[in-house]
Design a protein around this ligand. Sequence first.
Ligand code: PDD
Length: 285
Amino acid sequence: MKILWNDKIVDESEVRIDTEDRGYQFGDGIYEVIRIYDGLLYMEEEHLERFWHCANKIRLSLPFTKEEFSQRLHKFAEEVGIKNGRLYFQVTHGTAKPRLHDFPDAKEVMPVLTADIQATSRPNEKLENGIHGGFVPDKRWLHCDIKSISLLGNILALNEAKEKGYDDAILIRDGIVTEASSSNLWMVKDGILYTHPDGELILPGITKIKVRQLAEKLGIQLIEEPFTKEQLIEADECFKTSSVAEVMPIISIDGKNVGNGNPGIITKQLQKAYIEAIEESVKKM
Ligand code: PDD
């Protein structure tokens, strides 16, 4: 597999990451996942915008401009040649010796970038039939808006849900539904769409931006306000969104059907509109 390693494209066997890399030592880094459809890096600008925002939040000064980085990613995608896949990239704060918790002096330490592209296709069967969610307490930190490579909180939640036989965790903090383990969460009640507002308790999803636009276009009322676990149990529809999962119906939670136990009408409408929006962007490329 080819890896983008800083400014070089190399075989994975050539990548050398120092054991003192702050990403490896502390999880001191950020990442992004972009879906590639027919060679198009979908919503690239928004992903890069979030990446730069997160870099600022962790005081990481990126050694390239957005334009330079975009060119680097495009060159990499062209060389790898995977037309439908997912592009993963991460930057850590680099290697500082000796191991100290303090942020390293930006003049002395270079951030370390790695990226790869793996072939991915749309999870059609799940998109059609939906998945099963389970409630799990949201025990993550209070910087969930940072797309940090430290994902232990998310991983623990997902695995707790999986151990109980569910496909994903629906996270509950102080009785409020925040998001799923690696997606944003939405519900529909009486024709109105609800999702948690952006802020420090959730990741501001790029798919969420698109679904917001599509809801407006389709005339679906959207309320971005916190809602409770009890409200979700009484909802007519539920779905999650992410670059990889797209608009994914959740048809049961903790073994109880959401609505009639099938993907909901508004969910399907948004799912279809999301796919059409991708197709339009691909055509314009
Ligand atoms: N996950 N919330 C969390 C906690 C996430 O990890 C993600 C993305 C999202 C949705 O973000 P977006 O719409 O920008 O993909 C929400 C990615 C896909 C991942 O970690 O693989």
